[in-house]
Design a protein around this ligand. Structure first.
Ligand SMILES: [Cu+2]
Length: 259
């Protein structure tokens, strides 16, 4: 099937209104003038090697969680048959939403890419569920829903923030200046909304697609430790592999996460 943002959200019933937004500044609408693009960063990845593979899941896939849409009739309206959330998404043995990144071996400093990373709120869910970015890179947070969302990451190292976006089309720009794994992001209005942001010190990473496959591109020749980590399974379940690549090489690395 084709990938849709809410492909992992199924269906349930509707319920009454409760929550309020957990404080936080209101942000400008998207119509506001775009902020200036950061000065062009030097090419962060001059390499020509790549690492591709599949992250498999070994374990029992947890049952989908039924979402109580009681917090917001507008979300209930978007999911008339109800909503279920599958945070461990396995297809053909492959695990989706796994961050695969170069944990060690990428020496030197890598400036933040100039392009923004997008975290969208759409259908009372996040897209994507696993956000990966480089320290200092801009994170654009968008509300594509006609309802209030607030974006509340809870980092341990970086600065916490809580931004309300009451209207459809609103966008906010944020960044994290230090590397940090698996920062949980939630919406205080809709407690089922959950995503993870990982801030890395190099641009050599990829997030697995629906079938668990990934490709990390632009690697210089070298010996690397590559780790795979899934937000819901957590850091304790991360697995790593060692791999050496030559210039221009398309290397293969498969990893397995246990449930
Ligand atoms: Cu929300």
């Amino acid at each position: 099937m084709s990938f849709k943002p809410f492909a992992r959200l199924l269906l349930l019933g509707s319920v009454p209104l409760a929550a309020a937004c957990g404080g936080g500044e209101a942000e400008k609408p998207a119509a506001a003038p775009a902020t200036q693009a950061p000065a062009a960063a030097p090419a962060a990845s001059a390499g020509s090697a790549s690492i591709a593979g599949k992250v498999s899941f070994d374990g029992a896939v947890p049952a989908a969680e039924k979402v109580k849409l009681s917090a917001d009739p507008k979300c209930a309206e978007m999911h008339k048959g109800g909503l279920e959330r599958q945070t461990v998404h396995v297809k053909d043995g492959g695990l989706a939403d796994v961050l695969v990144y170069v944990k060690s071996g990428a020496n030197g400093s890598y400036p933040a890419p100039a392009e923004d990373v997008l975290l969208d709120q759409h259908g009372c869910d996040y897209t994507p569920h696993m956000v990966a970015m480089v320290a200092g890179q801009k994170l654009k947070i968008r509300n594509s829903d006609d309802t209030l969302h607030n974006i509340h990451p809870r980092p341990q190292i970086n600065a916490e923030f809580n931004v309300g976006q009451p209207r459809k089309g609103m966008e906010s720009e944020k960044s994290f200046d230090k590397a940090e794994m698996l920062i949980p992001v939630g919406c205080d209005v809709h407690p089922w909304m959950r995503a993870y942001i990982t801030v890395l010190s190099n641009p050599f990473f990829a997030v697995t697609g629906e079938d668990g496959t990934f490709t990390i591109k632009g690697l210089p020749a070298g010996e690397y430790e590559v780790e795979a980590v899934h937000g819901k399974l957590g850091k304790d379940k991360a697995v790593a592999g060692k791999i050496t690549v030559k210039d221009g090489e398309a290397a293969k690395l498969d990893l397995t996460l246990k449930g």
